[in-house]
Ligand binder design. Structure first.
Ligand SMILES: Nc1nc2c(c(=O)[nH]1)N[C@H]1C(S)=C(S)[C@@H](COP(=O)(O)O)O[C@H]1N2
Ligand SMILES: [Mo]
Length: 318
């Protein structure tokens, strides 16, 4: 399996899923034992040692994580991808994204705001303590995964720009460099890949500025070094490898909506009641499982996000 990260880790550093589970169970039990015994953690073996070399080994588990659903194996998360800048096949990104150079990297935050700024990756890493957010993700194509992301709420970055009262929307733009992205030679989409949100969606605590997964920096195929992660929307809303965030007064044009407007709406909230024009969205296949499961409204995040869309006809604003 090709896993492209920066820096590229030795194969021995890539933690198999079983080990990750064991370590989590151990940390949980250790914490419990310490609490019961009132013991100092000094008395416990240093569990963190097992994650040495991983950028986000100490990431704080977030209360926004899904519980009771098993994370999709690292191997599937990093070899079954959509990243058309590297080709349209599911295995193309893992095989071809080695040409992406995630460092040095900057993200320009601009448009309708008082404090535009070009952020370096190191600055983004220090915005707030990096969390572990285990999110259920659903692709418009009908498959889903559960991914332990690392990152911080996107609002941590957006609020520092001090958006003006004219900032009604936020636009995200992916890198557009044919030298690093062979798929840009194809005209499957109008490059660069762009996406957008209403500002209240972008400021919602669930909206994540993704910097890693499984405790380490993002593999290139998953959108290194920084991406958007929106668990209540179809996967294509979560733009990878972003270089620009722009506050706008009018709804930004988005790559998939421009390409096929009747299939990919601006909102694209996961909605089993609205069929894709070419297939039902009622059910989904969880990668790594047999059979199908029901797709949940807002991908299971209705309690948190449904109020953002109160009074809207979600068949019209699909
Ligand atoms: N720049 C860019 N971002 C993108 C895509 C893409 O082709 N290019 N594909 C989207 C789609 S369709 C999905 S399902 C998710 C997949 O993310 P993953 O491969 O990390 O699971 O990325 C989204 N972000
Ligand atoms: Mo997708």
């Amino acid at each position: 399996m090709a896993v492209f990260r920066f820096p590229v880790p030795a194969a021995s550093e890539i933690t198999p899923r079983a080990l990750f589970d064991t370590r989590r169970a151990f940390l949980r039990d250790a914490g419990l034992i310490a609490a019961i015994a009132g013991a100092s953690t000094l008395a416990l073996p240093r569990a963190a040692h097992a994650q040495a070399g991983k950028a986000f080994a100490g990431a704080k588990p977030s209360p926004l994580s899904v519980t009771g659903e098993k994370p999709t194996p690292f191997k599937d998360v990093t070899t079954y991808n959509n990243f058309y800048e590297f080709g349209t096949g599911k295995d193309d990104p893992a095989e071809r994204a080695g040409t992406l150079k995630p460092r040095p990297w900057t993200v320009a935050v601009e448009g309708e705001c008082a404090k535009p700024k070009r952020w370096s990756l190191d600055e983004l890493m220090k915005l707030a303590p990096i969390e572990e957010r285990i999110y259920r993700m659903r692709c418009v194509e009908g498959w889903s995964m559960v991914i332990p992301w690392n990152g911080v709420s996107l609002s941590e970055l957006l609020k520092r720009a001090e958006p003006t009262s004219k900032a009604k929307y936020v636009e995200f733009t992916t890198l557009n460099d044919p030298a690093q992205m062979p798929g840009l030679r194809s005209s499957v989409l109008d490059w660069p890949y762009t996406e957008g949100l209403r500002i209240d969606e972008a400021m919602h605590p669930l909206a994540l500025l993704g910097l890693g997964l499984y405790g380490d920096v993002l593999p290139n195929q998953n959108g290194a070094p920084v991406r958007v992660v929106l668990p209540w929307k179809y996967g294509f809303k979560s733009a990878k490898s972003i270089v620009r965030i722009r506050f706008t007064e009018i709804e930004p044009k988005t790559a998939w909506n421009q390409a096929i407007p009747n299939e990919y709406g601006f909102y694209s909230n996961v909605n089993p009641a609205v069929d894709h024009p070419r297939w039902s969205q009622k059910r989904e296949r969880r990668i790594g499982e047999f059979g199908k499961r029901d797709t949940l409204p807002f991908n299971g995040y209705a309690d948190q996000v449904a109020s953002l869309y109160a009074g809207m006809d979600l068949k019209k604003f699909f």
